[in-house]
Design a protein around this ligand. Structure first.
Ligand code: AMP
Ligand code: MG
Length: 497
């Protein structure tokens, strides 16, 4: 097959494209074509995401789509581009960044954008190569779908395609492309970019476009004296608070919460050195490059607020009054604890409180987290065992996780209520639907990566199948729900990807 002739022939996926980001104009991006990847092969794919796109699943084994999503063939109607943004990285203004290796194909009529991550050089690649390695691409693919399976807002991933083309990191690795899907890939950093440069017309255009497409209620909101940009900031704060509350409840550590990795839609985005906690360690730092522990697990809520503050500063020229901008950030401080408590209540099988979480219940949650931290109890296993304890009326398996069983017993007594007259009995069914049996632990991803490097992609497919419905039992896949092996502790995940 001659690559050039194939490349010239457009592939029609049957989408009608809308491409609204592209209509913002050339200050927002550079048109760029994906760079061809030699002899690509399928690594993993999600039928669920194909369905969302209205793409027949047969495409996911087709040679044509494989070539197109690996940059070897143009897709009819797509208007590929790389967008420009800036951001604060590790607390420091980093200036211009941009899609250094992600290329937006466009937006389908269903309102979903498709982006190829690792598709080659763009004007924003800086000193890097525009590529992504197989290992990080598999992690991103699996985790996007795992988060979605947990009900946590996230960008999605249609597939990963790989190639034997070498990519140079600490060692020689191979290239891969993740096809990501989201209603928008706009980040806080897009706003910071134009604001920092004093390009206020572009800043307004971007804000108006985001409001029109994703936050239409802000246009007519009477809050903040009808200031739609303050209303936007509040809405983004609320979504971000909700997302991070869910991270904290499920034990997810993002690892690189730079403002360029914060989605304007409150989606979990840019999966790098993320980790689902094994043992519960509130101060856990999952990113090996994060020497200061800025993005430690328990710092995520305050970092989210810090990032929202950067967004507020970026939007200030539009909001005009500092007081309004600060007011619009305030709800984060109430929404985050509310949403967090609400998630924790569900994990405990307690019905959502109409009058808010009581002092006793709050203490119940805090004391439990304290116990789990003190003994470094495995987080996911604890919650699943607790759910079964309530369902089956025996707490033996949960209790076994603690050395200090009397401390657990005392907590259990408070939790289950001391007398039959206690009306608030935990709802086991709710717990089993809330506390996942399966999370994408580092060692599970690592096993799938090791096999994929030997061209066996079956582990990726079986992990995906389980993670899509992580609260279901999935008999036969018990191994995925077990304690991490000792070697899991030595896995080092850095920013290198
Ligand atoms: P990240 O920490 O992965 O979010 O990346 C920060 C910035 O560096 C983003 O603008 C990326 O597009 C860019 N970047 C990361 N890795 C590469 C690469 N291999 N080639 C080009 N740009 C990259
Ligand atoms: Mg990024």
């Amino acid at each position: 097959m001659s690559m050039t002739t194939e490349h010239q022939r457009e592939l029609d996926l049957g989408f009608s494209w809308r491409n609204s980001f592209s209509q913002l104009g050339e200050d927002f991006y550079t048109r760029v074509s994906p760079q061809a990847l030699t002899a690509p092969y399928w690594v993993g794919s999600s039928r669920a995401v194909a369905r969302e796109l209205g793409l027949d699943e047969s495409w996911l084994s087709s040679e044509e789509l494989l070539q197109a999503l690996s940059g070897n063939r143009h897709i009819a109607g797509a208007q590929p581009l790389a967008s420009v943004y800036s951001g604060h990285q590790f607390g420091v203004w980093a200036g211009q960044l941009g899609d250094g290796r992600a290329i937006l194909l466009g937006e389908t009529a269903s309102g979903l954008e498709l982006q190829l991550k690792g598709a080659g050089l763009t004007p924003y690649s800086r000193m890097a190569d525009g590529r992504a390695v197989l290992r990080s691409s598999i992690r991103e693919f699996l985790c996007s779908e795992a988060m979605h399976g947990l009900g946590i807002p996230s960008t999605r991933a249609l597939c990963v395609t790989g190639s034997d083309a070498p990519v140079y990191r600490e060692a020689i690795e191979t290239a891969a492309v993740v096809t990501r899907v989201a209603p928008s890939f706009v980040r806080f950093g897009h706003f910071e970019h134009f604001s920092h440069r004093g390009q206020l017309a572009q800043l307004r255009l971007l804000a108006d476009a985001v409001i029109a497409r994703h936050y239409p209620a802000c246009r007519t909101s009477e809050k903040y004296g009808g200031n739609r940009y303050a209303a936007l900031l509040e809405a983004v704060s609320e979504r971000t608070a909700d997302m991070v509350a869910q991270w904290q409840a499920v034990g997810f550590c993002h690892g690189v919460m730079n403002t360029d990795n914060m989605s304007i839609l409150g989606l979990t985005i840019d999966y790098g050195p993320f980790q689902f906690l094994d043992a519960f360690d509130p101060g856990h730092v999952c990113n090996h490059s994060d020497n200061q522990g800025r993005y430690a697990f328990n710092k995520q809520p305050q970092i989210a607020y810090w990032n929202l503050y950067c967004l507020a500063q970026a939007l200030l020229p539009l909001i005009e009054e500092q007081e309004l901008a600060l007011q619009a950030l305030e709800p984060f401080k109430t929404v985050f604890p509310q949403r967090f408590e609400s998630r924790m209540r569900s994990k405990l099988g307690l019905a959502d409180a109409e009058v808010g979480t009581s002092k006793d219940e709050r203490a119940l949650i805090e004391d439990l987290l304290h116990l789990l931290a003190k003994e470094r109890v495995d987080y996911a296993i604890f919650w699943r065992r607790l759910s079964h304890a309530v369902a089956e009326g025996s707490n033996r398996a949960a209790r076994e996780l603690f050395l200090d069983s009397s401390a657990f017993d005392a907590w259990w007594l408070r939790y289950t209520g001391n007398g039959a007259d206690d009306p608030a009995r935990p709802d086991a069914d709710m717990m089993l639907k809330t506390n996942p049996k399966f999370v994408l632990r580092n060692h599970l991803a690592e096993n799938a990566i090791r096999q994929a490097k030997m061209k066996d992609f079956s582990e990726i497919a079986s992990l995906l199948a389980v993670l899509e419905t992580p609260c279901q039992e999935h008999p036969g896949f018990e191994a995925y729900a077990q304690f991490p092996p000792d070697w899991a502790q030595s896995i080092e995940i850095s920013c290198s990807s």
